[in-house]
Design a protein around this ligand. Structure first.
Ligand SMILES: O=C(O)CCC(=O)C(=O)O
Ligand SMILES: [Fe+2]
Length: 316
């Protein structure tokens, strides 16, 4: 009996020892695994932090935006949103036209003048016209007034080059829509800047633009340089832009940027959005490089000088 008890006690001790060893091993394994987990988590955090830092650096290189005036998602309607700025002295170097020459300058945006359907219809017009040729580089234009169309590294005159064939490309309704829309844009500019609508005239160049991320082949493809429309184009007093595609879904990059002394202010293109502004150096601007997709817009320009007025285009 005593022998048996001793054996039993020995056996018990051995089992407990084995249990202890097992528990010890399990604890060691557990803490090794916890150690691995901590290491993996730290690595993930480090990789994420580096990723965010690189992303912030890359975006800060391309976009030095300090303020978004109007984002693509917003709908500015029915009234335009107006931002006034002090007029530059540029206008003093030109003849003054009372009722038209900018007295109060600024920039405005409205989504209430051209419907999405109308803008989509104009985009299809632009797509068909630009499909006839197009630039080798990233920026192509189609000017229905002068007939200029980008072709390779140069321009052709669609009315001379394609003649009667154009009737298979454009319809009378397309041209009618183009005229209607430009009339409405003219009216909203006159109303917003308190001008006589009969003393502001369409001027050239007024054109469709198609921009993508292709590398520029000529200077005409370099749309992204900062510029002042009155300096670049001479006759401009009011510039308007009608956007025919959406920032963020049709293309990325391609935001319009006012470069003010106090920082950059941007307008994000939205289909049917009209952005307009006085054309002097109070509105120095540039377009961001398009990084993917295709951006369509129309630049519609107005002058106060009747000698620089142009007529609406008509299908031959
Ligand atoms: O397409 C745009 O947003 C601006 C174009 C422009 O600056 C211009 O045509 O002068
Ligand atoms: Fe411009």
């Amino acid at each position: 009996m005593a022998q048996l008890r001793t054996r039993n006690t020995k056996g018990k001790n051995a089992t407990e020892m084995a249990k202890k060893i097992k528990r010890g091993n399990a604890l060691r394994q557990g803490s090794a695994w916890r150690g691995h987990r901590v290491l993996i988590a730290s690595l993930l955090v480090a990789v994420s932090v580096c990723g965010v830092a690189v992303w912030l650096y890359v975006t800060s290189l391309e976009s030095d935006i300090t303020e978004t005036l109007v984002s693509q998602r917003e709908l500015v309607s029915p009234l335009p949103r107006l931002y006034t700025v002090q007029c530059s002295e540029d206008y003093e170097n030109y003849q003054r036209y009372p009722g038209c020459t900018p007295q109060s300058c600024g920039r405005a945006v409205t989504d209430g003048v051209v419907t999405r359907e109308e803008a989509e219809s104009l985009r299809r017009l632009a797509e068909r016209g630009l499909a006839l040729a197009g630039s080798e580089g990233g920026a192509s234009i189609l000017d229905l007034h002068s007939g200029a169309l980008s072709m390779g590294k140069q321009f052709v005159n669609i009315y001379r080059y394609f003649g009667e064939q154009l009737q298979d490309v454009f319809t009378q309704e397309d041209f009618q829509l183009y005229r209607d829309v430009r009339g409405r844009i003219q009216a909203v500019i006159a109303e917003t800047f308190d001008l006589d609508p009969n003393l502001i005239y369409l001027t050239k160049p007024t054109f469709f633009s198609r921009i993508n991320g292709t590398i520029a082949k000529t200077q005409h493809d370099e749309y992204w340089h900062p510029h002042i429309d009155k300096v670049t184009y001479g006759s401009f007093d009011y510039t308007s832009l009608l956007y025919l595609s959406d920032y963020g879904s049709d293309f990325s990059g391609g935001r319009f940027i006012f470069m003010d002394p106090t920082g950059n202010r941007t307008v994000e293109p939205r289909t049917g959005r009209v952005s307009f502004f006085s054309s002097g150096s109070e509105n120095l601007h540039r377009v961001e490089k398009v990084t993917w997709g295709t951006r369509y817009a129309i630049t519609v320009s107005f002058t106060c000088d009747p000698a620089h007025a142009i007529a609406d285009p008509a299908l031959p």
